[in-house]
Design a protein around this ligand. Structure first.
Ligand code: MIG
Length: 693
């Protein structure tokens, strides 16, 4: 029923997003028309009209067509009506007005009059106009016409997604401890600070598996260094934490500090492994440490070299990393800063009018992540010199690939935690992503939910948002509601920015509620882990929009604030401040499960239809689908403590149903061993429909 067609236009740069060999089609690309026309692009301040040759693919949209996918992006699950751009961006303000976030995930499915999937394998800037210029036109506008396009047909959205996922290869699988709860904050300065976090959690019996080390653990923000004053005897500290069943997860930034005597810098220069500027000198940008060079991770040898550097931390007992600032983010380039300073100096003593002030502001604000800077340095790919902007969206992918490949080589049998901020499809094989610098906004709780299925479509299964919100001050109720969603996301991490309100669970008043809610995560782990592993091993989605599962149901098609999690559960989190519940749509009869903790459960069978469901701040509510089973266990303080616990089941079975429970050691890579799958059976006599367990 399904088929993939591959088309090539021009001379595309190989991205290594795809793992299957698909024969090349000749002739016209079906569904799309290539339009070439002259268009008014902008009216500049001096009233000159600028015309440009616009050349794009166009698909005519019918009123009932919906568009799904595009991974990490703002707005709805149905992407129709807005204009998106694939252009990995370090932008911490994820409002509806934005077009691009950190990832470039060029896969979408059109569902309606015709149903098909499209993947644009193109590493440069790419615009997806999903009915923005013209409500009835989908336009794909690449910056250059050197690309590959894959067209996927299939009997359903889910089938198309699965075919695509097979095309791009198996999703990354983290160690089991990485499904435990993690605490992070930009601002933990020392081993003492970290001990205080662990004490805060363990002291109040709130479960915890990991604490993240943000840039302050480094010596002067230098990658692969440790500040020995604030972290004396690091390996011993890692070991001390391990005894508490805490994994420390350090951050690694893309930029390498320019500093005499710093071996990573000196080696990189000597071997020619950094990106070069027009003149062939090592390109100078600036990030946290001040001036830096960027390792040319698109160059195989440089990638290998950079990946090897992670060994420094492995040797000290570290088992996980998060890669940051790899869009790559650039605060300023050396050259641009000079130009800007010169212009700014010339403004001295001027009586600046409004236009002058704007110019001044633009000069300064335009220093960071400047498109001209991205077009001013080069990579070496094979024997070719390639300008960065043409492959911009591959940088984060290949930085994480560098780490992933090196970790695989250094510790072939051991799963490592690895996730990144920037990404491109293909990176999902090496690591996960987190959703970057969100804000402590209720709207971002909902955005978190909406991004999950789009990311799963593109292969990113190990993902989650900064729970409680990164920027801005959180509130206790926002954090609790966000945790109630976070219980279901593979990465469950509370993270916040320097200078914001402290938001570790123990900073708030209802400590016992935090303890119980996070405990539910551990209690549901038999289900959540099984569903994750099956989704990864079978190239399936973990989070599904209702529209994908109930395609004939007109209400289900429009639900954008509920999701299915795996085969048995539907979630409907509260995302409104002061709400005591919410409306929930049930596309079929379901059993509602209300948990205050793993010991305090209530269930109730509801018919198909619309309901208002009360959900208090100290409760987690989810719904079990008909003839489905949810295995669970008791809560625990950390992942390893749960391992020997007994498995129970919740179910909505009227007759007889089975569930495939996936259990393995969680650390080694023997994923496909048949012994990991156990069949759980629930049998009922027809008149005893309410019995659970
Ligand atoms: O410019 O390392 O998204 O999680 O805390 C900010 C400091 C750099 C951005 C990351 C965020 C992290 C922060 N980083």
């Amino acid at each position: 029923m399904s088929a993939i067609y591959r088309y090539r236009i021009g001379k595309p740069i190989q991205t290594e997003a795809v793992v299957q060999k698909i024969p090349m089609e000749k002739g016209e690309i079906p569904y799309f028309r290539r339009i070439q026309k002259l268009e008014l692009v902008k009216q500049s301040a001096d009233a000159q009209e600028e015309m440009a040759q616009r050349d794009y693919f166009m698909y005519p949209l019918e009123p009932n067509d919906r568009i799904y996918g595009l991974g990490e992006n703002v707005r709805g699950i149905n992407k129709r009506g807005w204009i998106y751009e694939s252009n990995c961006s370090d932008d911490p303000i994820h409002t509806e007005t934005k077009h691009a976030l950190y990832g470039a995930h060029n896969f979408f499915v059109v569902d309606g009059t015709k149903t098909f999937g499209v993947f644009l394998d193109y590493p440069g800037r790419l615009v997806f106009d999903m009915g923005y210029e013209h409500t009835d036109e989908l336009r794909i506008i690449p910056e250059e016409w050197n690309l590959e396009l894959y067209l996927i047909e299939g009997g359903s959205i889910l089938e198309i997604v699965k075919v695509f996922r097979q095309l791009v290869g198996r999703s990354y699988i983290p160690p089991k401890w990485a499904f435990g709860f993690g605490q992070s904050r930009w601002g933990y300065q020392s081993a003492e600070d970290i001990r205080a976090v662990v004490k805060g959690y363990r002291g109040h019996q709130i479960p915890l598996d990991s604490v993240y080390l943000d840039i302050d653990y480094m010596e002067g923000f230098k990658d692969f260094t440790i500040n020995s004053e604030r972290f004396p005897d690091f390996p011993e500290f890692v070991e001390e934490m391990r005894k508490e069943h805490i994994h420390l997860v350090p951050i690694i930034d893309a930029g390498v500090k320019i500093e005499e005597g710093y071996p990573v810098y000196e080696e990189g220069v000597e071997k020619g492994y950094f990106c070069k500027d027009e003149e062939g000198n090592d390109f100078v940008g600036a990030v946290w440490p001040g001036k830096v060079h960027f390792p040319d991770v698109l160059n195989k040898r440089a990638r290998k070299w950079f990946g090897k550097k992670y060994q420094f931390l492995l040797e000290q007992g570290i088992e996980g990393f998060w890669n940051d600032m790899n869009e790559p983010a650039i605060f300023y380039s050396e050259k641009r800063l000079e130009q800007v300073l010169k212009k700014v100096r010339s403004m001295k003593n001027k009586n600046m009018d409004m236009w002058e002030v704007f110019k001044f502001r633009d000069l300064v604000n335009g220093l960071a992540n400047n498109a001209e800077d991205y077009a001013s340095f080069y990579h070496r790919i094979g024997s070719k010199k390639v300008r960065h902007d043409k492959v911009h969206n591959l940088y984060g992918y290949h930085m994480t690939r560098a780490a992933g490949e090196a970790l695989e080589e250094m510790e072939p049998q051991k799963r490592m935690l690895l996730f990144s901020r920037a990404s491109y499809i293909g990176m999902h094989r090496y690591g996960g992503i987190w959703m970057g610098d969100n804000q402590s906004w209720w709207s971002h709780l909902l955005l978190n939910l909406k991004m999950l299925p789009s990311l799963n479509m593109c292969g990113f299964l190990y993902t989650g948002a900064d729970l409680g919100g990164f920027g801005g001050d959180t509130t206790e109720d926002l954090l609790l509601r966000w945790l109630a969603l976070g219980i279901f996301t593979p990465l469950m991490r509370n993270h916040s920015a320097l200078g914001t309100r402290e938001q570790e669970s123990y900073q708030f008043t209802q400590m016992e509620v935090f303890q119980k809610l996070i405990g539910i995560r551990y209690g549901l782990m038999p289900y959540l882990y099984s569903e994750y592993m099956k989704a990864a091993l079978r190239d399936e989605m973990l989070f599904l929009p209702l529209a994908f599962v109930y395609p004939e149901d007109r209400y289900a098609k429009e639900v954008e604030d509920q999701l299915l999690v795996g085969e048995s559960i539907m979630i409907a989190p509260v995302y409104t401040q002061n709400a005591t519940g919410r409306y929930v749509y049930l596309p079929e009869p379901m059993k509602m499960v209300r948990l205050k903790s793993m010991e305090e459960m209530e269930t109730q069978v509801l018919e198909q239809g619309h309901f208002y469901v009360d959900i208090a701040l100290d409760e987690v509510v989810f719904f079990i689908r008909p003839e489905k089973i949810v295995p669970y266990t008791q809560a625990s303080q950390y992942m390893e403590a749960a391992e020997s616990s007994e498995i129970h089941v919740l179910d909505f079975v009227t007759d007889h149903a089975e569930y495939e429970l996936y259990q393995d050691d969680g650390y080694t890579k023997d994923y496909e061993n048949e012994e990991h799958l156990k069949i759980l059976q629930v049998k009922k006599t027809p008149d005893r429909t309410n019995g659970s367990k």
